[in-house]
Design a protein around this ligand. Sequence first.
Ligand code: S3P
Length: 448
Amino acid sequence: MTGQAAARPHVSHPVEALSGSARVPGDKSISHRALIFGALATGTTRVTGLLEGEDVLRTGAAMRALGAEVERGADGDWTIRGRGVGGLGEPADILDLGNSGTGARLIAGVLATHPITTFVTGDASLRRRPMGRVKVPLEQMGARFITRAGDRLPMAVIGAANPLPIEYRLPVASAQVKSAILLAGLVAPGRTTVIEPEATRDHTENLLRHFGATVTVAPDGKGGRIVSVTGEAELAGRDVVVPTDPSSAAFLAVAAAALPGSDLTLQGVGINPLRAGLYQTLREMGADLRFDNRRIEGGEPVADIVIRGARLKGVEVPAERAPSMIDEYPVLAVAAACAEGRTVMAGIQEMRVKESDRIAAVAAGLAANGIDYAETPDSLTVQGRGGRPRGGGKVVTHMDHRIAMSFLMLGLLAERAVTVDDVGMIDTSFPGFVGLMNRLGARIEVAA
Ligand code: S3P
């Protein structure tokens, strides 16, 4: 089971360049949503390009436990036969969402307005993460929650038989919380509204519309958005084409961008502007990176990202960019370690409640590899050397896939090899990562 297998330390050796062409796995956010919305629809949903990572498979298993039919076809496409909005049934056992905050929080939204009682848990990392952020608004809609201290998993969700629509201002910019409320709102009578202080990824809004729900989005005049869904909705099964994940492509993009001599093409990557902050930041750092062959696939903008190695310089990343690259700061810190000068990442306090405390985990990884940094509760500053950072350190991943992949990238870029204590969690979001990297010129192997 996730996180309970023996640790698998790997070492990543310095290399000169990455080259070739690759297609990274499907988008994690969209994959979770495709399975959940398919389960809430009537009729059949067919999903092409689903991420078959552990996190998404857990969501698929949860939808099955709630009564949907979820199957993988021989061609790799997934088929979901849903139960209709409000039609899911009480699961006979605990739902275990593994490592996935997205799975746990979005599904909490679904459970909150079904008249069933469900028990939800996850692995040691997920059981440390806060669920109060979904519990508070979902209780306003009529659900009841029983959680461990600090609103942690395991928790019981007693869904509302007569849910109420709400208007809710998000205290933190979180697409997960926004999505949980909108999903709960599908069953409530009337309109459920979420006001987000800063625009966060809009896959829920886009896909809900694709499935036939009425969703409106308006600016709040202060940089945020007012998002409403009309309840007592009917969703109809649809075909969904999942673009490849910009958050997964980020690891390859950073390594290629910072290795002079690299020439890498990443095919069909999602470039939704609410996800693309890292790519903008890399360009500001002087990366030679372009979006070719821009097109719309499955309702999302995608492009082939072409990256050539270059010398990078430090930049200040504005706080308001954080929601569009929240999962990419760990690997940006690696790029920053190679850049000339200082990179300041502000307004990143949400990183502290991800699969690990990512500010602390990145800071410890930088320290172990001789890289200068400064940490505050909500920021990280990295002092680059304008060339290969020292490296040679051993990094603790804290059950966090993105910490593991980021520091494997550091090993390619550093003077000396970097060891990562466990790569097992990478399968949650990027199955086949080590093999793919090695095909493109990396030298990552099991530690001796
Ligand atoms: C996600 C939203 C983000 C992100 C996570 C996936 C989503 O979390 O970190 O990996 O699919 O909605 P928050 O919205 O809580 O910041």
